[in-house]
Design a protein around this ligand. Structure first.
Ligand code: ATP
Length: 216
């Protein structure tokens, strides 16, 4: 990414399932920063973008959509996260359909914000490392929580069984590997109030950051 006086600092927020990415993103947005969610964008594309929908139906069949056009999430989840031996390949296929337009959206948004002279943009995305997108970010924040908390929080939020959540965690890059690739790690093993306080401390550091290429 070019470094010039109009450079918008692009900061990624990522982490494992149920680590607290969305909660961190919300706290950052509440502090007045621009936050984009690629996960929201991916969901939107799956129900609004005819090209994407067509490709998904070609791979997974018409059952992926309900008669009202909404996503049949339980069906799709069972195809890509289920116990079936094809799940891993199905997830790769789904990602190969959805990731490219999400990445295009991200690039366009950053360009637009750069032209508008925005100093910062935060991008929440579960897929930064898995999709090899690190290069597009100046700094990456990894949100990390002990597995017992992630499992409990996701089960509570989605109704998934703890076993199902653990299975999804196992499919992901390990916590240590993610933390090793991070510029900043936010530990989310306490209350939401404690999390907000950690995020605020980090924001105070980030406010004074320059792009890594021109840092002393
Ligand atoms: P996913 O991978 O499912 O997108 P995520 O990493 O974005 O999850 P969140 O959605 O932010 O994680 O958090 C998961 C759930 O845990 C949410 O219901 C959230 O309100 C709750 N949560 C997050 N942090 C805490 C905390 N410190 N204490 C209690 N609950 C929390």
């Amino acid at each position: 990414m070019e470094t010039n006086k109009n450079h918008t600092l692009v900061i990624g927020i990522t982490g494992g399932i149920g680590s607290g990415k969305t909660t961190v993103a919300k706290i950052i947005a509440d502090n007045g920063f621009i936050v984009i969610s690629t996960d929201d964008k991916a969901k939107e594309l799956m129900t609004d973008n005819l090209e994407v929908m067509k490709k998904i139906i070609e791979v997974f069949g018409g059952e992926v959509y309900l008669p009202d056009g909404s996503l049949n999430s339980p069906f799709l989840s069972s195809m890509v996260f289920g116990t079936d031996k094809n799940s891993k390949r199905n997830l790769e296929k789904l990602n190969s359909i959805v990731h490219p337009p999400v990445i295009d959206f991200m690039i366009e948004e950053v360009k637009r914000l750069e032209e508008a002279g925005e100093p910062f943009v935060f991008i929440e995305s579960a897929l930064i490392f898995e999709a090899g997108l690190e290069e597009g970010f100046d700094y990456i924040i990894v949100v990390d929580a002990d597995e017992e908390y992630s499992v409990e929080r996701v089960s509570e939020k989605t109704g998934m069984s703890p076993e199902e959540v653990r299975m999804r965690i196992e499919m992901q890059m390990s916590r240590d590997e993610k933390k090793g690739l991070a510029d900043f790690v936010i530990e989310n093993n306490g209350t939401e109030v404690e999390l907000a306080s950690s995020v605020k401390s980090l924001i105070n550091i980030i406010k004074y950051l320059k792009p890594p290429e021109i840092s002393e």
